[in-house]
Every structure is written in structure tokens, then in C-alpha cells.
Design a protein around this ligand. Structure first.
Ligand code: NDP
Length: 480
């Protein structure tokens, strides 16, 4: 069986424990590879390699650094089919989604930051003819990047690309649930000629590997994407050590449908925003607020499209909803569907385990589920489910929907559908989230700041924000 090894100091290495964890294909429920069960000893080896590589990488002319990263981007593109298939098997998502969305985006992440760094500059503040201030931005050193299982290679590269481009060396940990594409990526790093030690990938469990990275006294910046609870634990350890922290956390995103929307577009985009990647995207719209005058009409059209989504084998081209990433997560989602019923919700479609016939009979599938009749502030509407479960609520006024949309502890993304420009601006200014999409969803420009407010995160990724995070800032004041 294939072994997913660590990538430390430029080579694929066994974990010190020589122990491996089962890696499961969620569409079949079967173990199909073994993932290194690393611990603090492997993190230390990775740190030592990164530390040794830092001087040369940080001082390499930017153009050379950029060229190596561009080679990596090219290799991702060349291997799109292989990586997409691996991502689909490892995570459960439809293979077409990985091929058309995630793997190309992983390529863009590397390409974007490889080129962005060549245009990255800092400010100067002349004080007349008395003095000159300039801002020096230098790499931090060895940084830690920890990523989740829902968009494995996409989110992994979204972190390591700006870190590397800015001249840092990285100790990275992908999720143990979906380690395969990060492993394949380490093979591409070797092929691209990335100098040894510049990137080190340590596989294993969060509480063993992730926490060792966070607690390492010489790793002084941590970029983390994952759940809010884990983010809080990371902050608890890192804050007293005064580490730089970027936390991209959970969401419970509202999707607001006004009566003046382009109806067909709103229905279609809302279905996509609800169930893409089985609803396992932090940006999915899980709470739909629909203006009362079109509530019944919208509900009918939306349910019709949702119940037509084909669920099943992720490797089939016409599958729209694949498998849930793990059994633990599958059980969690089902428990929330039960909770919704206990809280008085009515399941309009879905709500059940789905059992495909054949190859995927033992996989983790849940029907796309739509629930109505819940109060806006019940647990189902407050807590992140992170699966194919959506609730519908009617509203009467802008004030009311704003209050309901803003009522959770999260603040990642808001979607709204309206043809009224003034309303769109007004609402965008007043919703409490880091991202607002009007008449669209997941339309991304990598130059824009990305992140959440409240318990959805601290700091911003994307464009210059990421390059700023991964550099140390110094003001130099010279008396003339
Ligand atoms: P987790 O928080 O469970 O895990 C994220 C990563 O952190 C994994 O690599 C995990 O390791 C690791 N980890 C777990 N415990 C610790 C620890 N104590 N110290 C350090 N690292 C640790 O999140 P999930 O993987 O379950 O991902 C889903 C969550 O991610 C959802 O809440 C979702 O909203 C959020 N998310 C946020 C995004 C954003 O941009 N805001 C984007 C995508 C997802 P392992 O899994 O190997 O044990």
C-alpha cells in the first residue's frame, strides 16, 4: 500500500516513529494508503532543515526565487489530471470539480505569488530635507502553515506560496484526513528543483504535529486555516509567545435573496453556493433568507434544482455531490440534521444517508438537505455544520434580515441577490463579514483581501495582505 511520507530537507522521509495512519477513501470507506504519523521529533527535523536553508533562500535574487516557483506552477498544470484524481479519491469531491476548480486554483496560487513578489515594494516617507524614512520588509524566517481537509491542495498552496515568495522557509502540515495531494506536491517540489529545506511537509495528526509547530519557540509566525475551536487553541499557545498569527476560521454564511433579484440567476447561484463540494467550503451559504413575497416561489424552484443534484461516485462526470470527507464528519452532519428536527425544523428535501449501488456502497454520502421552520437563532442556525445542509427563512424588511444575518458569532462571507444598486451598497456596508458577494458566489480575484471577522478569523490573506503578513516590517529613519 502506498506510503505518504514526510518531505524534509528535500527528501521523502519516514516519520521518526516509523508509524503510519490509515488513509481512507471516503467514497468507499476503505483504507487505500498510509499517512505518516509524525510528531514533535519530525517537526524539529523539519525546523532544522528550514533554518539551514533560510539564509540562501531569503537572499536569493527575487527573480530566481520567482522562477523556481513558476516551474512548480507549471508542474502542477502538467499534472492536473493526476492531482485532480488524487484529490477526488482522498477528499470525496467530484473529480470534475477538482480538475476544473481546485487544481487550477492551486496552480494559480503559486503562479500569482511567484509573480506578485517581483512587484512587491514598500513605502518611503521623506520629512522635507530633514530626514528620510523608509520601510524595510524582510522575510520572517521559518514560518508554520497548517491547512484543513476541505480544499486540500488549494488551501495548502494558498498559504505556502506567499510564505515562500516572501523569502521564508516553511514547515507545513496538511490535514491528516487528506494528505495525498500535498505528498504528490512534494514530489513536484523535488522535480522543480526547489532547494532542500525551503519547504518541509510534516504529515500527521493535528494535536501531535500541528501543535508542535505552533509551540515551537523558533517558528515565529503561524498561518492557519481550520475550525474556530482549533484556532482558539492555537491562539492560546501562540499568543503568550508573541507569534505573528493569521487565522482563517469557520463560517455560517447568510445568503440573502431580495424580491427584486434576477430570479433564475439567484436560484442557480444559491444552489451552487449551498452544495458545491458537499457544502464543505467555509464560504458556502448555509442560511438562506428569502424576502417573504417570493418565499414560496423561490422555495419551489430551489428545491426542484436541489433534488435533481446527482449524488454518488465522485469519479463519475455527472456527479454533482460526492462523499463527505470522513466518517467523523459524516456523523457530525447527521447529528445536526437530527438536531434541526428536534428544534422544530421541517426537512423539505434530503435529510438521509445516501447508499449508492456498487463501488461506493460503503461510502459516506448524505443527501443535499434543505430545512425550513427554524428560528433564526436556534443552534442549527448558529453553529457551523460544514456539510450539505441548508436552512430557509423568510424576511420582511432590510433591517430584519440584517439583524438575522449578523446574529451569529461568525463573520466570513455574505451573499446577496438584488438588482437594486443602492440596496446592495447599503447592505454590503452593514453586514458583518469579511467578504460580500452581490449576485454571485466564490468569484475570486487573488489580489483582494480574504478573511473573516468575529470568530471567523484574524488577519487577511490574499494579494499584498499575505505578502505583508509573511514579512517583518522595520522603519528606517535617516537624518539628512
Ligand atoms: P480543524 O481545525 O480540525 O483542522 C485544521 C488543521 O489544523 C488540520 O491540519 C488539523 O490537523 C490541524 N489541527 C488540529 N488540531 C490542531 C492543534 N491542536 N494544533 C495545531 N493544528 C491542529 O479543521 P478541519 O480540518 O476540520 O477543517 C474544517 C474547518 O476549516 C471548518 O470550520 C471550516 O470553516 C474551516 N475553514 C476555513 C476557511 C477559511 O478560509 N476561513 C477555509 C476552509 C476551511 P488534522 O486534521 O490532521 O488532525
Amino acid at each position: 500500500m502506498q506510503k505518504i511520507k514526510n518531505y524534509i530537507n528535500g527528501v521523502l522521509t519516514e516519520p521518526v516513529s516509523i508509524h503510519y495512519i490509515d488513509n481512507i477513501d471516503p467514497s468507499t470507506g476503505e483504507v487505500y494508503s498510509m499517512c505518516a504519523d509524525s510528531d514533535a521529533r519530525d517537526v524539529e527535523l523539519a525546523y532544522q532543515a528550514a533554518e539551514a536553508a533560510f539564509e540562501d533562500w531569503a537572499n536569493m535574487p527575487v527573480g530566481n526565487r520567482s522562477r523556481i516557483m513558476l516551474r512548480l506552477a507549471e508542474l502542477i498544470e502538467k499534472n492536473t489530471d493526476k492531482l485532480a484524481l488524487a484529490e477526488s479519491i482522498d477528499q470525496g469531491k467530484p473529480v470534475w470539480l477538482a480538475k476544473n476548480g481546485e487544481i487550477p486554483r492551486a496552480q494559480s496560487n503559486i503562479h500569482f505569488f511567484a509573480t506578485a513578489i517581483e512587484h512587491f515594494s514598500s513605502e518611503a516617507h521623506p520629512m522635507g530635507n530633514h530626514a528620510l524614512n523608509y520601510t524595510l520588509r524582510t522575510p520572517i524566517g521559518v514560518v508554520g502553515c497548517i491547512s484543513p481537509w476541505n480544499l486540500p491542495l488549494y488551501l495548502f498552496t494558498w498559504k505556502i506560496a506567499p510564505a515562500l515568495a516572501a523569502g521564508n522557509c516553511v514547515v507545513a502540515k496538511p490535514s491528516e484526513v487528506t494528505p495525498m495531494t500535498a505528498y504528490l506536491f512534494s514530489e513536484l517540489c523535488i522535480e522543480a528543483g526547489l532547494p532542500k529545506g525551503v519547504l518541509n511537509i510534516v504529515h500527521g495528526l493535528g494535536p501531535k504535529v500541528g501543535s508542535a509547530i505552533v509551540a515551537h519557540e523558533k517558528i515565529t509566525a503561524i498561518s492557519f486555516t481550520g475550525g474556530t475551536k482549533t484556532g482558539a487553541e492555537i491562539a492560546r499557545i501562540a499568543a503568550p509567545m508573541f507569534k505573528k498569527l493569521s487565522l482563517e476560521l469557520g463560517g455560517k454564511n447568510p445568503n440573502i435573496i431580495f424580491a427584486d433579484c434576477d430570479f433564475d440567476k439567484a436560484v442557480k447561484e444559491s444552489v451552487r453556493a449551498s452544495f458545491t463540494n458537499q457544502g464543505e467550503i467555509c464560504l458556502c451559504g448555509s442560511r438562506l433568507f428569502i424576502e417573504r413575497s417570493i418565499y414560496d416561489k423561490f422555495k419551489e424552484a430551489y428545491i426542484k434544482q436541489v433534488s435533481n443534484l446527482k449524488i454518488g461516485d465522485p469519479l463519475l462526470d455527472d456527479t454533482k455531490v460526492g462523499a463527505i470527507a470522513s466518517k467523523v464528519h459524516f456523523d457530525k452532519i447527521l447529528s445536526y440534521i437530527e438536531l434541526a428536527k428536534q428544534e422544530g425544523g421541517t426537512v423539505l428535501t434530503g435529510g438521509n444517508i445516501y447508499k449508492p449501488i456498487g463501488r461506493c456502497a460503503n461510502g459516506f454520502f448524505i443527501e443535499p438537505t434543505v430545512i425550513e421552520g427554524l428560528s433564526f437563532d436556534c443552534r442549527t442556525n448558529r453553529e457551523e455544520i460544514f456539510g450539505p445542509v441548508v436552512t430557509l427563512q423568510p424576511f420582511d424588511t432590510e433591517e430584519e434580515v440584517l439583524m438575522m444575518a449578523n446574529s451569529t458569532t461568525y463573520g466570513l462571507a455574505t451573499m446577496m441577490f438584488t438588482e437594486n444598486l443602492s440596496r446592495a451598497h447599503r447592505m454590503a456596508a452593514n453586514v458583518k463579514s469579511g467578504i460580500v458577494w452581490v449576485n454571485c458566489w466564490l468569484l475570486r480575484d487573488l489580489r483582494t483581501p480574504f478573511g473573516g471577522i468575529k470568530q471567523s478569523g484574524v488577519g487577511r490573506e490574499g494579494g499584498l495582505e499575505a505578502l505583508r503578513f509573511f514579512t517583518e516590517v522595520k522603519n528606517v529613519c535617516i537624518k539628512l
